[in-house]
Ligand binder design. Structure first.
Ligand code: DQA
Length: 150
């Protein structure tokens, strides 16, 4: 694969509140603004990019399963609080086998100890955390160059 062509960006619970939610951790960018920048970059690169946010674990599992039917070839995922709890989401990603990068706006390693545990990192291609909204843009640049190898 010479760069992903069909990319899905998934955001988990409470990330719909970006812009107003705990801005010291997550910054002032709204999810709408972040997604608009990602869409602009994807248009320029002439690749397909869809964005999805849900507060529901079941809907997130469903969206990941749907991604395989849509032949999504790369996922950018911020599982939010489900990072630290969800075997179901992990299993969904393992089941579809779509490569993904795990993104966190905040540096989860510099916060409460429970945030250091992720159900995703060991099956992710990689992780970006602590770089704020820029992390999504960097993940997209990586996806655009992704060849199946690092
Ligand atoms: C987060 C970090 C998680 O610990 C937290 O539950 C979130 C957001 C981040 O982007 O920094 O909701 O994934």
């Amino acid at each position: 694969m010479a760069g992903a062509k069909n990319i899905l960006v998934i955001n988990g619970p409470n990330l719909n509140l970006l812009g107003s939610r705990e801005t010291r951790h997550y910054g002032r960018d709204t999810l709408k603004a972040i997604n608009a920048r990602l869409a602009g970059r994807a248009r320029k690169a002439k690749v397909r990019l869809a964005t999805y946010q849900s507060n529901s674990e079941s809907e997130l599992v469903g969206r990941i399963q749907q991604a395989r039917r849509e032949r999504v070839d790369f996922i950018i995922l911020n599982p939010a609080a489900y990072t630290h709890t969800s075997v179901a989401l992990r299993d969904a990603l393992a089941a579809v086998g779509i490569p993904f990068v795990e993104v966190h706006l905040s540096n989860v390693f510099a916060r409460e100890p429970f945030r250091r545990e992720s159900y995703f990192t060991d099956i992710a291609v990689g992780i970006i955390c602590g770089l704020g909204a820029k992390g999504y843009e960097l993940a997209l640049e990586f996806a655009l160059q992704y060849s199946g190898r690092k």
